[in-house]
Design a protein around this ligand. Structure first.
Ligand SMILES: [Fe+2]
Length: 364
């Protein structure tokens, strides 16, 4: 099953009222409702920038643990700099509703077992890409600046490449946020304005495939993301699985070559749409195709580190934004849920979306 491909170019290059724009925007909203994910085409995004970014991050994570540790900032709760492997735990492993979701899936479609609750064997780097709000905020967050790695062969390239690829993904995802609003029948700036001062973050993850390259290793256990929309460039190694709402099927994600990105719905989007769009569950594992790619890269790129990089970017709503379901969407969410139940499909437990500040939702 392939995910719908949404063309951001149409949205950016034609007037908002153009029928083609409206149609493509509806297709985007529909894809998020049905799959919780989509493939986004944006011709401003360059394949070359993704390649340069992946090379940089492979070089970075190929450094010794001792060197990487210099970029850790535990005193800042790891909100900038590096987080080494086996630190982050998938919270789904201890979360009752989440375990129920797994239990309801057909055994052949379940994620790899996370109940042993081992932390994920992945490293991460947090690079803030937020803008300071011009108003007084209830959530001042972090004033610390981003961490630039010390090694000369990395340091000289780091800020330029992080900013360039980060900006490409940020612009693309903000465009999709506007497109989604239009597709849902809302004013076009509804989400992009609400997220203007969000604590956006470029958060590439790295998995050492020498250590963790055997079949059925969990690199990131089954979970949803807490932000609004998550966007990724194409990874060099397959392994991301998503679960489309109601299909109960595990879908291995493929992103076409060229200027394509993958976008997934997060909890803030679920909240503000009253569950019309649900945050998409996903996992990253070593599957058959990951193994094939490892073998191929060993032959074709013998000098490159065997590290799986995912160029994840988390796009958030602003911390001071009042997160509450939009009434018109709540009505649609109810209708959709009733339809699903009538069709005999499992739409999960009914969720109450209490109004709260985005900053509190993130803290929670
Ligand atoms: Fe995730």
């Amino acid at each position: 099953m392939d995910l719908p491909i949404i063309d951001l170019d149409i949205f950016l290059n034609k007037p908002r009222e153009d029928p083609e724009v409206i149609q493509e925007s509806k297709k985007a909203a529909e894809a998020l409702i049905v799959y919780g994910a989509l493939v986004l085409h944006d011709s401003r995004v360059s394949e070359e920038d993704n390649t340069v970014f992946l090379d940089l991050l492979e070089d970075y994570f190929a450094q010794s643990e001792e060197v990487l540790k210099q970029d850790e900032r535990p005193e800042l709760s790891y909100q900038v700099g590096v987080t080494l492997e086996n630190t982050e735990k998938p919270k789904c492993a201890v979360d009752e509703p989440c375990l129920n979701i797994i239990a309801r899936l057909d055994p052949s479609e379940r994620p790899l077992d996370i109940s042993a609750h081992a932390p994920d064997p992945k490293c991460r780097f947090f690079w803030k890409m937020s803008e300071k709000p011009p108003y007084e905020t209830q959530f001042p967050g972090l004033n610390a600046s981003n961490v630039v790695p010390q090694a000369e062969h990395i340091r000289s390239r780091w800020p330029g490449i992080m900013e360039k690829w980060g900006k490409s993904m940020k612009d693309a995802v903000a465009g999709l946020a506007a497109m989604t609003a239009v597709g849902l029948g809302l004013p076009g700036e509804t989400f992009s304005e609400a997220g203007k001062y969000g604590p956006h973050i470029l958060a590439p993850t790295a998995s050492d495939l020498v250590k963790y390259g055997t079949k059925d290793t969990i690199l990131a256990g089954f979970h949803t993301d807490l932000n609004f929309l998550t966007i990724h460039g194409r990874s060099r190694y397959p392994g991301l699985h998503i679960w489309a709402r109601n299909t109960g099927k595990r879908i291995p994600v493929r992103i076409p070559n060229g200027n394509y990105l993958l976008v997934q719905a997060g909890k803030q989007l679920e909240h503000v749409t009253g569950g019309l769009i649900k945050a998409g569950f996903h996992e990253v594992v070593v599957n058959e195709r990951t193994i094939q790619t490892i073998e191929r890269r060993k032959l074709e790129n013998p000098d490159r580190p065997l590290v799986r990089i995912s160029s994840t970017f988390f796009w958030h709503l602003s911390s001071d934004f009042d997160l509450a379901p939009i009434p018109a969407l709540v009505a649609k969410a109810r209708t959709l849920r009733a339809e699903q139940i009538n069709l005999g499909k499992d739409d999960g437990d009914e969720v109450v979306y209490e109004p709260m500040k985005v900053g509190h939702q993130v803290q929670k």
